[in-house]
Design a protein around this ligand. Structure first.
Ligand SMILES: Cc1cc2nc3c(=O)[nH]c(=O)nc-3n(C[C@H](O)[C@H](O)[C@H](O)COP(=O)(O)O)c2cc1C
Length: 209
């Protein structure tokens, strides 16, 4: 019987205006609360030139390391943060995935765990379609998708605008990005981080004993 391995969870995000990064911090807090895994947070590479970022009034990037596709092999589970573009992932994410051919060829991501979280401008701006369209990539890599389900009460609370769905935590940023992540959205995110980490840890423990 081999020793139980402590899994590595990577929270990997793209965030232009900070909402996905803000959610990611709550996800990290929850994942660490589980106490069963080593948790790290990364961003993916920006692909827009600085002149365009200036025109888009983008703030400075978060001070977290940039994940290169090849470094994914070291992790057991990923929570991917995705701000919606036309109901889909942004080009920055597509650019990242399009550089994972070597990982695909070697099956390096097969049986690794994946969860998703989102941000949209509006309440019905496509968080669920972003999940759906992101899923094809996870599926082609043979990853095991872990949905959030309706495991947090705020996902059924209709008393105010609350992002998130059965596919993962979410922020509703507002058309001009001025809406900050709400306490209820943060609570869902923290819960997702904790529950995802517990699920991955249980599976990894089962594989190694
Ligand atoms: C090109 C483009 C397309 C977008 N498409 C959508 C969309 O389909 N639905 C939506 O609600 N918001 C859309 N948005 C708004 C972003 O989703 C929003 O800025 C983002 O969720 C904020 O997250 P961030 O602060 O982490 O960057 C779009 C923004 C851009 C720049």
């Amino acid at each position: 019987m081999s020793a139980i391995t402590r899994p590595k969870i990577y929270i990997v995000l793209y965030s232009l205006y900070g909402h996905v990064f803000s959610l990611a911090q709550s996800i990290k807090r929850g994942a660490e609360k589980a106490g069963t895994a080593d948790v790290s947070i990364f961003q993916i590479k920006e692909t827009l030139p600085s002149e365009v970022l200036t025109k888009m009034h983008a703030p400075a990037k978060p001070e977290i390391p940039v994940l290169e596709p090849k470094d994914m092999a070291a992790a057991d589970g990923f929570l991917f943060g995705i701000p919606t573009r036309y109901g889909n992932m942004p080009a920055q994410w597509k650019h990242f995935w399009d550089a994972t051919g070597q990982l695909w060829v070697s099956g390096a991501l097969n049986n690794k765990f994946a969860g998703t979280f989102f941000s949209t401008a509006s309440q019905h701006g496509g968080q669920e379609t972003t999940a759906f369209t992101f899923l094809t990539t996870l599926t082609h890599h043979g990853m095991i998708y872990v949905p959030l389900g309706y495991t947090h009460a705020n996902l059924q609370d209709n008393s105010e605008v609350i992002g998130g769905s059965a596919y993962g935590a979410g922020a509703v940023a507002g058309g001009d990005g001025s809406r900050q992540v709400s306490p209820k959205e943060h609570a869902i995110a923290e819960h997702q981080g904790e529950s995802f980490t517990k699920i991955v840890s249980q599976y990894i423990a089962g594989r190694t004993v």
